[in-house]
Design a protein around this ligand. Structure first.
Ligand SMILES: [Zn+2]
Ligand SMILES: [Zn+2]
Length: 1016
């Protein structure tokens, strides 16, 4: 089947769904009802003003069940005249029976005047009320158009024009005095657009807004008609990734694995040619004059042009390196060869390939490059994980080619507690492909492997010989099976992957049961237990950021910043670290009788090449502040142990304030790829296509609860899809699409995601799925939240990716939290109902990007309209969706907080003792007395440690005096506590004047509020 045709059919289908939902919520297609219309219809209605006032909820009540709708406009100074056309219906109950009947549409045109001398005026009361009486046969109904003058200055005047329901409350005679299907059409006024206040002016964006809706959306129909609409709708186009006039260069992995240079040169040539056109002075001057740019905007455009030229030069440099450096070229080719095996696609998108070229210097010029943090900015997703993987694999091959035969190449961190299994799987697939290629190419060294490094809630940190309560029990088959992380074998894709505990080597392994699998050994090169990650130092470690804190208590974390102490002489035991009472030569395998053997390579090579950070924009407030201290610690330790610093690669959904954020977090200069294009819709790397990607609409429920509205939405969505199953020919004919698409559409639109921002909201939805969704047949439901355990997540993902042929056995509704906004990538999820607005605009972008990944998506936002923030979003929904990435809140973050220092200092100090000092000490430094002895012998000097922390945290300016004093005081007190330990003090942490070191970077969240106003 032609994909294009299906895409068109899907667009039509999404449009139809949207139309059906709105019509049903408003009652468009109903003429008679057996139930009260007020309990059924939740869009387009207006309550009588007296009842809204009587409820006494003020503005909030007015938004929850409005008595007026209309719009806010601006006009030139001076009076104006225009027309208002009011359209509405009434629902009347006849006296003899309980049935309700809808009146025909009542249409009345009312002339209005906007007179600046008159702050409030009403129009059309008589005409409207007469029309209502005539239609209803009752005297209960009244309406008027209200015009209120707002702000006024010499440039113009603001006006609010609303239709108000001024009817009496319902009584025994007339049981419902709401208006339904209300609409206001205004013509004849000359308006001046508002400029969206919350957005900075920029040559890239159009900030003009013709009118704002009041309790509704508004449509502008040129030349001068404004119409209220019940749901503001915004459509976003799917990006295309090639906009140059020259043909797309060959970016197939297979081609690039043979010859990476020809396509690279073609790319650069196309960039340059496109830049001359789009960023050239002629083009910019023309836009400046047609769009009335200010001088500042024109200058800003010149800077943009310069940034693009800089991007060209970075790509050019990557090409030169590929030409000149044979080892790099070979690594790059092997990486591309690996992608042929690992990727679902067969080629790079141009921006991905461009990113790789632009960053290749990080692999070979580590020293120069380490001072820059490179950010992949891709607001709508589109393959950044794969881009990372290309970068990491290039570096991993390069490592093997230049003699780094073991150790970690990259540590990739995600800010959330839960890293998605799909994301992990993508890393595993890429590493496995790399491993095949490494073996084929005959490169020596350890196999490429992956470590899964997350908090102990998900996988065990260690496996003890006699597990206590709550410890991982290696003898329990159930626990062993539950620890499974891989969704399929990364080598052969077989889903028959098992976990097992290998007692002899003390490993919790994943293994593939497919006899034809390429992987020759039993255990897959994949580690999920912290101890095994330390023992085997996988090529790539993927995990959650909170683990960084472990370094202050875990001497074996040394392998992530430098060399282990040695290797165990027993084959299969891996690296060894600081000796402890139970592990006399530092081997982490319980009861090991081996000895400490030499390292297989130069200790200074162990430092990772990359530290990656996904979702950089989430590192803010206290989490960001605390992480900034730990990032500085990791850099410092690696510098001391290896004389190198890792390159930081990060991805971010926003470019708002990223430079300062990166400077604070990493002490590095920030660079972004790709640079934004000359306008929102057009850039070299992406340009809007004619295909629809996602349709967004916002529905503010009127007079009913949010829960009711969500139940109704889900009912409608499920009813429509089920009607398509029952009668494909009939329904397709009605929609106007070929019935041959029915099966595909049922699969693509049969599952609805309900995205909630609080567990409470999601629980409420879950409760009502069983009882309130009134459809034929069963409704199957699953959860994807931070509380869902791994096994369930895996099963749900499986069900979504491999739908049962029988619709009744599929998943129909998935309730999800922000957990799913990260890395869940399923083509069949195309409809999302979003319950309330997420706390950040970034999350809105991330969450809604989960639907419509390949096919047209539908996002239905149900704002919690009582909340001011949601109401504000609803008022400028269109701008919110199209320019949301500019509305992203600047990221509050500081590293200069004394309260944060108080939380981190113990961890920083103890980490330096364990990682840097203990190897030179004659004995372990794990007890108060041992550490005190070592200090007394002069092995560690408190003041020089304090100086080291001061330096690594960068507290070197005058304004940092208080922070510096805190550091010195801490060490002073620490030494005193060691000499004269508090009662019961055994471990060095017991002597910490500021309490235990943090166990997880997450510990801080509830404890240290860092307010933006304290940031520097
Ligand atoms: Zn396999
Ligand atoms: Zn051993």
């Amino acid at each position: 089947m032609n994909e294009n045709d299906l895409n068109r059919a899907a667009e039509t289908f999404v449009g139809w769904l949207q139309h059906e939902i709105i019509a049903s919520a408003r009652g468009d297609d109903e003429i008679q009802l057996a139930v009260e219309p007020a309990g059924k219809f939740w869009l387009g209605r207006l309550a009588p003003e007296s009842s809204v006032v009587a409820r006494g909820l003020g503005d909030r009540g007015e938004r929850l069940d409005p008595c007026a709708c209309g719009l806010r406009i601006r006009t030139n100074p001076g009076p104006q005249a225009g027309q208002c056309e009011v359209r509405l219906v009434l629902w009347l109950q006849s006296n003899t029976q309980s049935r309700w009947t809808k009146t025909p549409k009542i249409c009345t045109t009312v002339p209005i005047e906007l007179n600046p001398d008159c702050p409030v005026a009403t129009f059309g009361r008589q005409a409207l009320t007469a029309a209502l009486s005539l239609a209803s046969g009752a005297a209960h109904f009244a309406a008027e158009i209200r015009v209120e003058r707002g702000l006024s200055d010499e440039s113009g005047t603001e006006w609010e024009i609303t239709l108000v329901n001024d009817s009496q409350d319902r009584d025994r005679v007339v049981r419902d005095t709401n208006f339904y299907e209300c609409e206001l059409r205004i013509t004849g006024l000359a308006t001046k657009p508002f400029l969206l206040e919350s957005l900075p002016q920029s040559f890239r964006y159009d900030r003009r807004v013709v009118a704002y809706g009041i309790n509704c959306g508004v449509d502008f129909i040129p030349p001068n008609e404004l119409r209220t609409i019940d749901v503001p709708v915004v459509s976003r186009a799917r990006p295309t990734y090639w906009s140059a006039s020259t043909p797309l260069p060959d970016f197939r992995f297979q081609t690039l694995a043979e010859d990476p240079l020809s396509s690279s040169r073609a790319l650069l040539e196309a960039m340059r040619a496109w830049g001359l056109e789009a960023w050239g002075a002629t083009a910019l001057d023309a836009r400046a004059s047609s769009q009335n740019w200010t001088k500042a905007m024109r200058a800003e455009a010149d800077v943009g042009a310069m940034e693009f030229e800089r991007e060209c030069r970075r790509v050019e440099k990557g090409i030169r390196l590929l030409e000149a450096n044979e080892t790099l070229r070979q690594s790059f080719k092997l990486m591309n060869r690996s992608m042929t095996l690992a990727s679902r696609h067969e080629r790079w998108r141009p921006f991905q390939f461009g990113f790789l070229l632009a960053n290749l210097s990080a692999v070979v010029e580590q020293t120069e490059e380490a001072s820059i943090a490179d950010i992949v900015w891709f607001a709508t997703g589109g393959g950044k994980t794969e881009t990372y993987l290309g970068m990491i694999l290039s570096a991993a091959f390069h490592d093997r080619l230049v003699g780094k035969s073991s150790g970690v190449t990259a540590w990739s961190r995600f800010p959330l507690r839960m890293l998605s299994l799909q994301q992990t799987q993508r890393f595993a697939d890429a590493l496995a492909a790399g491993e095949r290629v490494r073996v084929e190419a005959g490169l020596v060294g350890d196999p490429f492997s992956l470590g899964f490094f997350v908090g102990s809630g998900a996988t065990p940190n260690k496996i003890s010989e006699d597990p206590g309560n709550g410890d991982f029990d290696y003898e329990s088959d159930e626990e062993v099976q539950r620890a499974r992380v891989l969704l399929h074998c990364p080598f052969c894709r077989s889903e028959d992957v098992r976990t097992a505990f290998d007692r002899r080597l003390w490993k919790l392994t994943h293994h593939c049961t497919n006899v034809a699998c390429w992987w020759p050994k039993h255990a897959l090169p994949f580690y999920i237990v912290d101890d095994e990650i330390y023992r085997f130092l996988p090529t790539v470690i993927v995990g959650t950021l909170d683990k960084a804190a472990a370094i202050s208590m875990q001497a074996s974390m040394r392998g992530l910043v430098g060399a282990p102490w040695g290797s165990c002489s027993v084959p299969g035991h891996g690296y060894v670290y600081a000796p402890r009472a139970k592990r006399p030569h530092g081997c982490l395998v319980p009861g090991c009788n081996g000895t400490r053997a030499e390292l297989p390579m130069d200790p200074r090579r162990y430092g990772p090449t990359f530290r990656l950070q996904d979702e950089l924009h989430l590192l803010k407030d206290s989490l960001g502040a605390v992480d900034a201290h730990y990032e500085a610690l990791y850099d410092d330790l690696q510098r001391e142990l290896c004389g190198s610093m890792p390159k930081i690669l990060a991805s971010s959904a926003t470019l708002e304030g990223y430079e300062r954020q990166v400077a604070t977090l990493y002490g590095r200069r920030a660079r972004v790829f790709p640079q934004p294009g000359p306008s929102v819709a057009e850039g070299f790397w992406t340009t809007d296509s004619t295909d629809q990607m996602r349709q967004y609409f916002a529905t503010a429920p009127r007079g009913v609860t949010l829960e009711y509205a969500v139940d109704r939405l889900l009912t409608e969505l499920q009813t429509r899809i089920r009607s398509l199953i029952a009668d494909p020919a009939g329904v397709c004919a009605r929609i106007g699409i070929d019935p041959k698409f029915a099966l595909d559409l049922i699969s693509l639109y049969g599952t609805n995601v309900v995205y909630g921002n609080t567990i409470r909201d999601l629980e409420a939805v879950t409760r009502s799925i069983g009882t309130q969704i009134a459809v034929e047949g069963v409704v199957n439901h699953a959860n994807l939240t931070g509380r869902t355990d791994f096994d369930e997540v895996r099963q749900t993902l499986h069900r979504l990716e491999h739908p049962n042929p029988d619709f009744a056995s599929r998943l129909h509704i998935v309730t999800a939290s922000s957990m799913m906004s990260h890395g869940v990538d399923i083509d069949r999820l195309n409809i999302m109902v979003m319950l309330g607005l997420p706390l950040t605009t970034a999350e809105f972008i991330q969450a809604t990007a989960r639907v419509g990944r390949t096919w047209p998506g539908l996002v239905i936002v149900v704002p919690k309209i009582g909340r001011e923030r949601d109401a504000a979003m609803y008022r400028c929904f269109r701008e919110f969706v199209t320019q949301g990435d500019r509305l992203i809140e600047p990221i509050p973050i500081t590293r200069r907080s004394r309260r944060v220092l108080e939380r981190t200092i113990a961890g920083l100090a103890l980490a330096r003792i364990l990682i840097l000092h203990e190897p030179s000490a004659p004995h372990a430094l794990t007890t108060v007395s041992r550490l005190r002895d070592y200090l007394r012998s002069g092995g560690i000097v408190g003041t020089s440690e304090a100086a080291a922390l001061e330096r690594l945290l960068g507290f070197t300016e005058d304004r940092d005096a208080a922070l510096r004093a805190d550091i010195y005081d801490w060490f002073d007190q620490f030494q005193r506590n060691l000499s004269d330990p508090p009662a019961g003090a055994r471990f060095p942490s017991d002597a910490s004047p500021s309490g235990d070191p943090m166990r997880s970077l997450r510990d801080v969240e509830e404890q240290v509020p860092v307010f933006p106003r304290y940031t520097t």
